[in-house]
Design a protein around this ligand. Structure first.
Ligand code: PHE
Length: 356
């Protein structure tokens, strides 16, 4: 853990071991250059605390780039709660309350929302002790609710930009999209794609979700081991990160990768592997800002839901800009996005979104 912390380029990391549950809490503050650090709370089991810390550090940096690419006035941060697999409902809730107190003590350095393993109901619990630094509480508790649909809207907008580039037509009508992970974002993305006339197939590791989408909605199910060999127009990773690597990139049979999962590339160089295969890769942090942007906008900046949707649709223009820069400079889309983000970070806070 020491070497992970020493080699990280972020601002600070808060580490707490929760005695009653045996959980590790890592709050990684990567950059507050553009605003207060804002990022989801990921809650899951890891093989060891190092893996959890590594995830937190990488995810927090992803949040920095996400906001910077779009010039959105928040900073990069993320929390990982690495929990034992057998946590009871009661001790899970108590852990969330202690985590909320920790956020409260940080006094606005870090704001949170949901991520893999947490929901708006969990945000209600965290907010009992962590308000006002908790986004996405349920509407009954005064929050804007789940961020998944807004993230899905942004990914959809990214797909339009990618289709326009690759197929010369932004429409998703008749395109085959393989959605990996039908959770909070994937589910909403699937609905949107079906409404737009796309052909959707899906993959998930959760039996309940598989039964729902395959048996009730009749969508073609792709088993996990076949995902990277399945012919499709667009592959949409919406589950966990680190899924594209040297081993499976040569197998892909898609033209485009656009999805919501954070940190999709195993290694940054995998972006080159995708270029070599002629696959357009939409950098994850360019297209998955929707939830964080819409909810932060509505809860902290006074946006109406309609304005939030409009801003999130801006993902289409942002991705277009990234694709154009990549073309003009002969660099990967990942490098182009990074360049735009770094330029923005070097400029400091933006005036585009006046404080509410
Ligand atoms: N899970 C969101 C993301 O990775 C984090 C988030 C959601 C942050 C909602 C703020 C509000 O972008």
């Amino acid at each position: 853990m020491e070497s992970l912390l020493k080699t990280w380029d972020g601002e600070c990391t808060i580490v707490s071991f929760d005695q009653p549950t045996g959980a590790w809490i890592f709050i990684a503050i990567h950059s507050t250059r553009l605003g207060p650090a804002t990022g989801g709370t990921r809650m899951r089991s890891y093989p060891d605390p190092q893996s959890a810390l590594r995830d937190a550090l990488k995810l927090a940096a992803g949040m920095t780039y996400k906001y910077a690419v779009h010039g959105f006035p928040r900073g990069g941060g993320k929390a990982v709660l690495a929990v034992p697999p057998d946590l009871t409902t009661q001790s899970r809730a108590d852990l969330l309350r202690r985590y909320g107190s920790l956020i409260q003590e940080l006094n606005g350095l870090y704001y949170t929302g949901p991520d893999v393993g947490t929901s708006p109901v969990d945000m209600d619990i965290i907010a009992e002790t962590g308000a006002p630094y908790v986004f996405c509480r349920t509407p009954a508790k005064g929050g804007a609710g789940d961020s998944g649909p807004a993230t899905a809207l942004g990914v959809f907008a990214g797909m339009q930009a990618a289709c326009e580039r690759v197929f010369g037509d932004a429409s998703l009508q008749g395109r085959h999209v393989l959605v990996q992970g039908a959770g909070s974002v994937g589910e909403s993305l699937i609905e949107r794609l079906l409404a737009a006339g796309a052909m959707v197939s899906f993959s998930d590791v959760d039996d309940v979700i598989v039964r729902r989408f395959r048996d009730e909605l009749g969508l073609p199910f792709v088993p996990q081991e076949a995902v990277y060999d399945t012919q499709c127009d667009i592959f949409a990773p919406c589950a966990l990160g680190g899924i594209l690597n040297q081993e499976n990139i040569p197998r892909l049979k898609c033209r485009v990768v656009v999805g919501a999962a954070n940190n999709q590339l195993g290694e940054p160089e995998d972006a080159e592997g995708l270029v070599a295969r002629g696959i357009l890769y939409a950098p994850d942090y360019v297209v998955n800002i929707g939830g964080a942007m819409a909810i932060t906008g509505m809860e902290a900046m006074g946006w109406s839901p309609a304005q939030a949707d409009k801003e999130v649709m801006g993902v289409r223009a942002s991705l277009k800009k990234v694709l154009e820069l990549a073309d003009a400079e002969g660099i990967t889309t990942e490098s182009a996005a990074r360049r735009i983000a770094e330029e923005r970070l070097s400029m400091g806070p933006l005036k585009k979104y006046p404080p509410h």
